[in-house]
Design a protein around this ligand. Structure first.
Ligand SMILES: Cc1cc2nc3c(=O)[nH]c(=O)nc-3n(C[C@H](O)[C@H](O)[C@H](O)COP(=O)(O)OP(=O)(O)OC[C@H]3O[C@@H](n4cnc5c(N)ncnc54)[C@H](O)[C@@H]3O)c2cc1C
Length: 353
C-alpha cells in the first residue's frame, strides 16, 4: 500500500501527464485548423518542396510571421490554455508553500521566545500547549528522542525544566506542542498553566543524550509513567510510520486512573497501524471494573513478560516519576539488566530520560 506521499506523487504525476497529453492534442489540432502541420515543422530549415506545396512551413520565421495577435488572444482564451495556466499556478504555489526549505529554529546556545497560540485541556491538571514558530514552514529542529528546556523567572530566580514536544519536525511545521501536567506546587508547570494566549515562553535546545534512528536496536522496551510518555510517543510515532524500520516496540504505561492515560487514542492508532510491531500494556493504580490491564504498581513479572530479554539486541527506555523509576531500576537489576548510569548515554542498554 503506497503511503500518502507516494499517492500524492502518483496523483499529481497522472494529472500532469494527462493534462500535457490534452495540451499536445489541442495544440496540434489548433495548428492543423490553421493549416500548420507539426510533421512539417520537422522540415524546418529545408528548402520548400514544389511537389508538396501543403508543406509550406519550413522555417520558424514562417510560423512566427503567420502568428497574429488575434491568434495569441484566441489561444489564451481556450479552456486547455486556462487549465494549463491553472496547473502551473497550483504547482508553483505547492512548491512555494509546502516544499521549500524547512528552517530549524532551535539553537542550543541561545534562548528563543515563542508565543502560546492554543491550549487544549486534557484533564483538570494536564493540557497540550501549542506554541507557534516564526514562519509557517519552520520546524523546531529537534532530533527524535531529545528534549527542550523551558525557563522562566519565578520569584526572582531563573528556573529551568525539560519537556519533550509531542510534535515532530517530519510531520509538524510552524508550531510545536508540549503536553504538560501542572503540579500544584510546581514552578514551570504552574507558570506555563498560567500563560494566556499570546504570552511567550523561553526555550533552548536540543538537549539530551538519546537520538533514535531505525538501526539503533532490534527491540525497544519502554516503561513510562504519566507524562513520561512524551519521549516514548515521539520515538514510537517515528518508528511506526517509517516503512524502513523493523524495530519491535513494547510499552508498559502506568497511570493512577484510566482517565489519566495520556495520548491514548494516538497510541492505539499507532498500535493498529504497526503490523504487530508496537504493543502496549497499561497498568493502573485504580482500575475501573472489568479492566484487562495491570493493577497496582508495575511488577517485576510484568517487566520480565513485556520487556525484551536482556540477552537480545535490545534497549530499555524509561521515563516517569522518580519513585516509579527507582522501583523499575530494582526490577531490572533483579532481572540481570545492566544498571543505568546516573546520566544515561546512548550506548547504555538501560536508558533513563
Ligand atoms: C527529559 C525530560 C522530559 C520531560 N518531559 C516532560 C513532558 O513532556 N511533560 C511534562 O509534564 N513533564 C516533563 N518532564 C518533567 C518536567 O521537566 C518537570 O519536572 C515537571 O514539569 C515539574 O516541574 P515544575 O517546575 O512544575 O515542578 P518542580 O519545581 O520541579 O517541583 C515542585 C513541586 O511540584 C511537585 N512535583 C513536581 N514533579 C512531580 C512529579 N513528577 N510527581 C509528583 N509531584 C511532582 C512536587 O510537589 C514538587 O515538590 C520531563 C522531564 C525530563 C527530565
Amino acid at each position: 500500500m503506497p503511503n500518502r506521499y507516494q499517492l500524492l506523487f502518483l496523483v499529481s504525476f497522472s494529472l500532469t501527464f494527462g493534462l500535457l497529453l490534452l495540451v499536445s492534442f489541442w495544440v496540434s489540432s489548433w495548428l492543423a485548423a490553421r493549416d500548420i502541420h507539426l510533421r512539417n515543422l520537422i522540415l524546418i530549415g529545408l528548402p520548400k518542396d514544389p511537389q508538396h506545396p501543403e508543406m509550406d512551413v519550413h522555417s520558424i520565421q514562417d510560423f512566427v510571421q503567420n502568428f497574429s495577435r488575434e491568434d495569441a488572444i484566441a489561444l489564451a482564451q481556450t479552456p486547455t490554455f486556462l487549465a494549463s495556466a491553472g496547473l502551473v499556478a497550483v504547482t508553483f504555489l505547492y512548491f512555494t508553500l509546502f516544499t521549500g526549505e524547512r528552517k530549524p529554529v532551535l539553537n542550543p546556545n541561545e534562548w528563543k521566545e515563542f508565543p502560546l497560540v492554543l491550549k487544549t485541556q486534557l484533564s483538570p491538571n494536564t493540557a497540550i500547549y501549542r506554541f507557534s514558530l516564526p514562519k509557517s514552514r519552520d520546524v523546531l529542529g529537534l532530533p527524535i528522542g531529545q528534549h527542550i528546556q523551558v525557563s522562566a523567572e519565578i520569584n526572582g530566580k531563573d528556573v529551568m525544566r525539560s519537556y519533550t514536544p509531542t510534535t515532530l519536525d517530519h510531520f509538524d511545521q510552524g508550531h510545536f506542542d508540549l503536553l504538560i501536567k501542572t503540579y500544584e506546587k510546581g514552578n514551570i508547570s504552574r507558570h506555563v498553566n498560567l500563560l494566556k494566549i499570546g504570552d511567550r515562553i523561553r526555550v533552548k535546545g536540543p538537549k539530551g543524550a538519546f537520538k533514535y534512528h531505525n538501526k539503533l536496536t532490534g527491540h525497544l522496551g519502554m516503561i513510562a509513567g504519566g507524562t513520561g510518555i512524551t519521549p516514548m510517543y515521539q520515538i514510537i510515532r517515528t518508528s511506526v510510520w517509517d516503512s524502513g524500520d523493523a524495530t519491535t516496540l513494547n510499552l508498559i504505561y502506568a497511570n493512577v486512573n484510566e482517565e489519566d492515560i495520556l495520548l491514548r487514542d494516538e497510541l492505539e492508532h499507532l498500535h493498529h497501524n504497526s503490523a504487530g510491531r508496537f504493543n502496549i500494556f497499561y497498568v493502573l493504580n485504580n482500575p475501573p471494573p472489568g479492566w484487562k490491564g495491570g493493577v497496582g504498581f508495575v511488577t517485576k513479572e510484568q517487566v520480565a513478560h513485556y520487556m525484551p530479554s536482556q540477552e537480545k539486541d535490545c534497549k530499555i527506555l524509561m521515563c516517569g516519576p522518580p519513585p516509579m523509576m527507582g522501583a523499575m531500576k530494582k526490577h531490572l537489576e533483579e532481572l540481570k539488566y545492566p544498571a543505568p548510569r546516573t546520566i544515561s548515554k546512548i550506548d547504555d542498554q538501560v536508558f533513563l530520560f
